[in-house]
Design a protein around this ligand. Structure first.
Ligand SMILES: [Zn+2]
Length: 352
């Protein structure tokens, strides 16, 4: 080192400075927050990436089908986003379309922490299927997962502005349940005629907040628990972006919740023949706050009137390439856009 002398050191320093500049030029100081709605054809797989490049995958699609869904998730994580791992995986609930792909995915890309609403011994909805899939889940995570309940937070590093991912529902309960009732009675919204006892009602519901931007993903939470989130008190607040609950199935999408959260943009993670139901669409069309509705798939069983605009549908044909939808928050935190796949944004919205 001594022999290099001052000139040599200065030369090394200038090369290092130059290289740092090149890296800075390639990577903006604060990359935007992004949410990818990956097409798993009637399941769910939502990948959130913070400006720190911390990643949270909520649900991971179906098993089998030649690892179709793990491959699609890996494609987005590794090749679209350049991630080498997924930091957090959340299973909203124990239905095949939400965690079935986990073993295939864990073989393709390392996964950090696993979160769920608790691992029951049995599942009345699907006793045999559950034993097979929960064994695969345990093989993927070595039997280690952490249970979340309403009020918990998944720890994420601050990214310029604080970023918070909190659980607003889980295990059939909602955040703040039992607190004194607020001013909103919601008397006009009735309970569903048939009480849902399936694991859908125990879905984790996650609220992501970064700066002023709010995103809500309730998994497959059903009508009566959605109602508890909104009445007698709005437990969530208003949101910018809403992942329409339960693929847009009619057992969910309670107007009480939709009216309370006043989303500006709604994204339906449906399949060509699953979800995106005309009854849910009727609720969305009546929601005055909504400026844009996107779908992963055109519902091929309903009319164009009960589908989003063609420009807002990622996969118009049933035989599809599995195109995703992408939400990008502007680095200012004041605007966000939604795009189909890697295309230019289809629509831009103001953050409230
Ligand atoms: Zn589902």
């Amino acid at each position: 080192m001594k022999r290099l002398g001052l000139v040599g050191l200065a030369a090394i320093a200038s090369v290092l400075a130059l290289r740092t500049d090149v890296v800075r030029a390639q990577r903006p100081v604060r990359a935007p927050l992004e949410v990818y709605f990956i097409d798993v054809e009637g399941g769910a797989a939502t990948l959130m990436v913070t400006p720190n490049r911390e990643s949270v995958l909520v649900d991971c699609g179906w098993p089998g089908l030649g690892d179709r869904d793990p491959k699609r998730i890996e494609h987005v994580a590794r090749y679209v986003l350049g991630l080498e791992r997924i930091d957090h995986f959340v299973a909203t609930h124990w239905h095949t379309d939400h965690y079935g792909g986990i073993e295939g995915l864990a073989k393709r890309i390392p996964i950090g922490t696993y979160w769920d609403h608790g691992v029951p011994e049995t599942l009345a909805d699907d006793p045999r299927g559950y034993q097979t899939l929960i064994s695969a889940y345990r093989r993927a995570n070595g039997g280690k997962s952490r249970a979340l309940k309403p009020g918990d937070r998944i720890p994420l590093r601050d990214a310029g502005m604080p970023v918070e991912l909190r659980v607003v529902a889980g295990g059939g309960k909602v955040i703040g349940e039992g607190d004194t009732a607020g001013p909103m009675s919601c008397a006009r919204h009735r309970d569903a005629p048939v009480k849902d006892e399936s694991d859908n009602m125990r879905s984790l519901a996650l609220h992501l907040r970064y700066g002023k931007f709010d995103f809500l993903n309730c998994g497959d939470l059903t009508w009566n628990i959605e109602h508890k989130l909104a009445c007698p008190q709005n437990r969530v607040g208003k949101v910018d972006l809403w992942q329409v609950t339960h693929h847009g199935a009619p057992q969910s999408g309670n107007p009480a919740l939709v009216e309370a959260i006043e989303p500006r943009c709604a994204i339906i993670c449906n399949g060509p023949r699953k979800g995106g139901d005309p009854r849910t669409f009727a609720t969305l069309k009546k929601t005055r706050s909504l400026e844009g509705i996107f779908q992963l798939h055109r519902n091929v069983t309903s009319t164009p009137m009960d589908n989003a605009k063609t420009t807002h549908i990622a996969n118009p044909e049933e035989k599809c390439r599995g195109e995703f939808l992408r939400m990008t928050l502007d680095p200012s935190g004041e605007r966000y856009s939604v795009a189909v796949g890697g295309q230019m944004p289809t629509q831009t919205f103001a953050v409230r």
